[in-house]
Ligand binder design. Structure first.
Ligand code: ARG
Length: 282
C-alpha cells in the first residue's frame, strides 16, 4: 500500500528534439497511422513547440536537431539514440522509411562532441524500446527492436538489460506501454508506470517482481498515450486525455505533478511526448 504522498524532487534534464516541420503520415508502420486521414504539420509543430517550451519552463535544457525533408517521423527523436553516462548507442530502424534518420542523429552526436558512440548491428529503435531506470535498462521486443539488440545494448552501454516481450500491436514500442516516474537512487528502486496487458504473461511477472510498487495503468490510460509520459522526478508531462482516464489522478496521489499537453496531431503517427524526446544522460 502507498503511504502519504512524499514531496518529489525534480532533476534538471537534457533533451534532444526535432521540430516536425516535415511531419506527415504518408505510410503506415503501426496501427495508429492511417495515410487516408488528414494531418497537419502546422498543428503538429504548434503542439511540439508547446512541449519544447514546457520543458524549458520546467528548467530543462533542450537542443534541436534539424529536420529533414522526406523523413516525416524524424520528430520522434527518442527512436534515434540511447545515451547513458555520456555513452551513445545509435539506432537501426526496422522500417525502410525511417532508416535514414539514424545517420542524421549519428552526425549530430559526433558534431556535438560525443566521442563514445556506437552504431548497432541489430535493429534497435533506441529509447522507443530501451528505457533506463537508473539501475537497469528495460528493453522491449516483439514489434521493432530485435531481441539480439538487447544483448548488444548491454555490451555497448555496460548496463544490465532486462528483456520484456510486447504483445499488443498498438503498443509496439516499450515507451508506449511503460515509463519511468522517478529513477532509482542508491537507496530506492525506480518508480514506473505501465500497462500490464501490453506485455506477455512472463514479462508481466518480471515487472511485478522488479517493481511491486508500480503505478498500474488501464486500457484507457494506454489508448491516449498516457504511458508515453516524460517525468523529471516530479513534473510529469502527459497527454491531455490522461487527466480524465485516472492516470493523472494516480500520479497526484503519489506526489507527482502532471502537466497536460495536447499531442493529438502527433498521435496520428503513433507518437506522444516521450517519442519526441531523446534524453541525454551525461
Ligand atoms: N510513426 C513512428 C513509428 O511508427 C512513431 C514512433 C513513435 N516513437 C516512439 N518512441 N514510440 O516508428
Amino acid at each position: 500500500m502507498q503511504g502519504p504522498a512524499v514531496p518529489r524532487v525534480p532533476t534538471p534534464r537534457h533533451y534532444l528534439m526535432c521540430p516536425p516541420q516535415y511531419f506527415a503520415v504518408d505510410y503506415s508502420i503501426n496501427p495508429w497511422m492511417d495515410p487516408a486521414q488528414p494531418v497537419s504539420a502546422k498543428i503538429a509543430l504548434a503542439q511540439w513547440t508547446r512541449l519544447r517550451d514546457t520543458y524549458r519552463r520546467l528548467g530543462h535544457a533542450v537542443e534541436e536537431i534539424e529536420p529533414q525533408p522526406g523523413l516525416p517521423d524524424m520528430v520522434f527523436a527518442a527512436n534515434s539514440g540511447t545515451v547513458v553516462d555520456g555513452r551513445v548507442l545509435g539506432a537501426r530502424f526496422r522500417a525502410s522509411q525511417r532508416t535514414a534518420e539514424a545517420e542524421h542523429f549519428r552526425r549530430w552526436f559526433t558534431e556535438h562532441g560525443y566521442r563514445d558512440l556506437t552504431m548497432p548491428e541489430k535493429v534497435n529503435e533506441a529509447e522507443g524500446d530501451l528505457v533506463w531506470t537508473g539501475r537497469v535498462l528495460l528493453a522491449g521486443t516483439g514489434f521493432r527492436t530485435d531481441p539480439a539488440a538487447h544483448a548488444e545494448a548491454q555490451e555497448v552501454l555496460g548496463v544490465p538489460v532486462v528483456s520484456l516481450q510486447l504483445v499488443d500491436a498498438r503498443y509496439y514500442h516499450l515507451d508506449t506501454a511503460l515509463f519511468v516516474l522517478a529513477e532509482a537512487t542508491d537507496s530506492a528502486d525506480a518508480q514506473i508506470a505501465y500497462y500490464p496487458a501490453a506485455f506477455s504473461p512472463g514479462s508481466q511477472r518480471v515487472l511485478r517482481r522488479l517493481f511491486p510498487d508500480a503505478v498500474l495503468a488501464t486500457a484507457a490510460d494506454a489508448e491516449c498515450f498516457g504511458l508515453n509520459g516524460v517525468s523529471d522526478g516530479r513534473n510529469v508531462v502527459l497527454p491531455l486525455e490522461a487527466r480524465a482516464t485516472g492516470l493523472g489522478e494516480q500520479l497526484v496521489r503519489r506526489g507527482y505533478e502532471p502537466v497536460y499537453l495536447d499531442i493529438s496531431e502527433l498521435r496520428k503517427a503513433g507518437g506522444g511526448p516521450k517519442c519526441c524526446t531523446l534524453e541525454i544522460r551525461k
